[in-house]
Design a protein around this ligand. Structure first.
Ligand SMILES: Nc1ncnc2c1ncn2[C@@H]1O[C@H](COP(=O)(O)OP(=O)(O)OP(=O)(O)O)[C@@H](O)[C@H]1O
Ligand SMILES: [Mg+2]
Length: 296
């Protein structure tokens, strides 16, 4: 899909093209952080609405279960805008230094100096790039509010280590990802959530899933890939009635199963990539039975 296929409303396509042209004229040390294509969805609005929000300078929160393509989508947005994507992987250990940067002592010509090594927030803000905050609800609740200022209209943050007021350059934007049911997550602080436009990213299905498998999987047998698509539909159906946990239908795990099936029988591939991750015996038996109806 190219930017002309995004069906952007009047004026916005021009804006995106201008944005890209301005960037393309700039040389950057961060070319390697520009993402690539790869995200697909039957729902065109997922990509186009995210593009619209970013073009309007709004922060985007991608919300969906594990392996639904949130990171792929963030990389695709980086590709569409030709904007380097600086990433933060949230963890309970995440602190202000990991976000903004830290001081270190360097030695040059015999004397020592204190140097500030910028973190991802500082790099993205100074250069006017995109910032990707992955698993935003895994960090400690007190860490992220430091970013509130940079996420709202002020687009500024005071660096507690240097005392400097950091003002984001034009082009700076934030994309975050959240997986709400995930163990170890905490409900996202309301004030933080409030600063984002939310885009739901569900598991892809049907023809889109088939095309994605055809492009990305090691397994090239079209009939077998169709069975994997049906397998996924059955899993999604069972998750919707609560018989299976949502993550059992992860597209990442499905892709792993399809890949493995290039070199082992599909039912064993499913066991390794999907079934054996689950702890609940009842869920495992259910998946086993579904696989039995579809694969030899
Ligand atoms: N809609 C999609 N388009 C393209 N690839 C997809 C899509 N959904 C899933 N995938 C594939 O599934 C895998 C997982 O995708 P990704 O890492 O983006 O998921 P995620 O939502 O970020 O998961 P997590 O919450 O665990 O980080 C990747 O290999 C990706 O190629
Ligand atoms: Mg991810």
């Amino acid at each position: 899909m190219s930017i002309d296929d995004l069906n952007l409303p009047n004026g916005l396509l021009e804006k995106l093209k201008n944005f890209r042209n301005n960037l393309l004229n700039r040389t950057s040390d961060y070319q390697h952080l520009i993402g690539n294509k790869g995200y697909t969805s039957e729902n065109q609005e997922i990509v186009s609405d995210a593009v619209i929000a970013l073009l309007m300078g709004k922060n985007v929160l991608l919300k969906g279960p594990t392996g639904s393509g949130k990171t792929k989508l963030a990389e695709y947005l980086s590709f569409l805008f030709q904007q380097p994507l600086h990433s933060i992987n949230c963890s309970v250990d995440l602190d202000a230094e990991a976000l903004l940067g830290h001081k270190t002592i360097t030695y040059e010509n015999g004397h020592s100096e204190i140097e500030f090594i910028p973190g991802p927030v500082t790099k993205a803000a100074v250069n006017g790039h995109f910032l990707y905050i992955d698993e935003i609800n895994v960090s400690k609740p007190e860490t992220l509010p430091i970013l509130n200022g940079i996420l709202d209209y002020r687009r500024t943050v005071t660096n507690p280590f240097t005392g400097e007021l950091l003002k984001a350059s034009e082009g700076f934007n934030v994309i975050a990802a959240i997986n709400e049911g995930y163990i170890g997550t905490v409900p996202l602080n309301e004030a933080l959530k409030n600063r984002f436009v939310v885009i739901e990213v569900p598991y892809i299905q049907g023809d889109t899933l088939y095309e994605m498998l055809l492009n990305q999987s090691e397994q090239k047998d079209e009939e077998l890939l169709k069975s994997f698509v049906q397998f996924s539909a059955d899993l999604v159906q069972q998750t919707s009635t609560g018989q299976l946990s949502e993550d059992a239908a992860s597209i990442r795990a499905l892709l792993d199963a399809a890949d493995l099936s290039a070199y082992m029988p599909p039912k064993r591939a499913i066991q390794r990539a999907v079934t054996d991750k689950l702890e609940d015996q009842r869920e495992r038996t259910l998946i086993h039975n579904i696989a039995d109806t579809l694969f030899l």
